[in-house]
Design a protein. Structure first.
Length: 397
């Protein structure tokens, strides 16, 4: 049974951590960073989706779109850096190849390997990449500072992609002032989990309820000193005006059991050894719950402070000086179409930033709440050292 749920959850867990700057096992071995880009024609047998929105009918298709598609077909290839894992590779390659007849050269990388590779290649005079789909930490801390990305708006062509009403909040969410990196998959994170045989969701109306003496020595905590969901949770605490550093310090007095292994954390609660898990990997919890293990997410909508929003690996960027400029534009617009956003969201379990993409593939609590704290943007990156210091003060170095 363990192997059954693990296969479906591992990709999701890995992708969640990327948005936090962490790493986890991928569902399939990554292509080595020294390897040449791999094509995805072998993925054609995998499930694909129609990308009709990428080929608007009749008068809805701008003339420059048709011209760009024809020029892209002459280029014949688009080179994409994207997430590890067979499912992610398939959804980001096979439908595009089927729709346009343009080969996708794809390399799966969890994120940290992308900037040094691009920089090394450019140092040798090689400009090999068109598109990057990656976590926000990699973008904000490495790709944008390295000046290897382009402003995206000039590459956006399709009317529905450019329409602000298509996107949550009434606008595309860019991570930087120059609009070089776009968030595609914001989702509400689960941060607090219980064994329903030992605790009830009603026990927690606020995270401050964790400070009750009855939970002392009974909480498992994902290690907030390393990149991952535990650190993202402490970042949320740090940034929340009703919690902040003082709450983290008080939480440190609860004699929590700090664990580094996501599966072990879930097991400790599911086996009844502890009633509460804080900052665990929510995808693992959901998968275990579906297998009948007694562990569940405390709905963040029922908590006074809610929870944070993260896009995990769901941000996209256009590499500057691309080898296939027209194919890059076609791929970007296709990726942001309703059809491909629907497929992308279903594969990774996230919520699309497009308001017209269904959300019924995910729990209702995953839909991002207006005004939720973001643990992936420049503000979150800026306080990372302070969060680490607060975590070490709370649980030790």
């Amino acid at each position: 049974m363990k192997n059954q749920w693990l296969g479906s959850a591992t990709v999701l867990l890995a992708l969640t951590l990327m948005g936090c700057g962490g790493a986890a096992p991928a569902s399939a071995p990554a292509t080595a960073s020294s390897a040449a880009p791999a094509t995805a024609s072998s993925a054609a047998a995998k499930p694909t989706v129609s990308s009709a929105a990428a080929k608007p009918a009749g008068s809805q298709a701008p003339a420059d779109w048709q011209q760009t598609v024809e020029a892209a077909k002459k280029e014949g290839t688009v080179a994409v850096f994207g997430p590890d894992g067979t499912d992610m590779r398939d959804v980001l390659t096979a439908p595009f190849e089927k729709e346009f007849g343009i080969k996708v050269e794809y390399i799966g990388d969890p994120g940290p390997g992308i900037p040094p590779r691009i920089n090394a290649e450019r140092g040798a005079g090689k400009f090999l990449w068109d598109i990057v789909v990656v976590g926000t930490s990699t973008g904000l801390t490495a790709l944008i500072p390295s000046k290897v990305l382009d402003t995206m708006e000039p590459a956006l062509i399709l009317p529905d992609v450019k329409d602000p009403k298509t996107w949550r909040g009434g606008a595309m969410e860019f991570l930087d002032p120059d609009h070089q990196m776009l968030v595609m998959s914001p989702f509400q994170r689960g941060t607090l989990f219980i064994n329903p045989k030992m605790a009830k969701p009603e026990d927690f109306k606020s995270y401050k309820d964790l400070l009750d003496v009855k939970w002392k020595g009974k909480i498992v905590l994902d290690d907030p000193r390393k990149s991952g969901p535990g650190q993202a949770t402490f970042t949320f605490f740090y940034l929340h005006p009703d919690l902040g550093p003082s709450f983290i310090k008080a939480l440190g007095q609860q004699q929590m059991t700090v664990v580094k292994d996501f599966q072990q954390e879930v097991d400790m609660v599911g086996q009844g050894r502890f009633p509460v898990l804080l900052g665990g990997a929510d995808f693992v919890v959901v998968a275990r719950g579906r297998q009948g293990i007694p562990i569940e997410v405390v709905d963040p909508r029922g908590l006074k402070e809610g929870s944070d929003v993260s896009p995990a690996n769901g941000s996209v960027a256009l590499v500057n000086k691309p080898p296939h400029p027209n194919a890059a534009k076609v791929y970007l617009n296709w990726l942001l179409s309703k059809e491909e956003q629907t497929a992308f969201a279903k594969v990774n379990g996230y919520i699309s930033a497009r308001v017209d993409v269904p959300t019924d593939h995910a729990p209702a609590w995953r839909v991002p709440q207006p005004g939720a704290i973001k643990t992936y943007d420049a503000q979150a990156i800026a306080v990372r050292d302070k969060v680490l210091a607060a975590a070490e003060d709370a649980v030790g170095k």
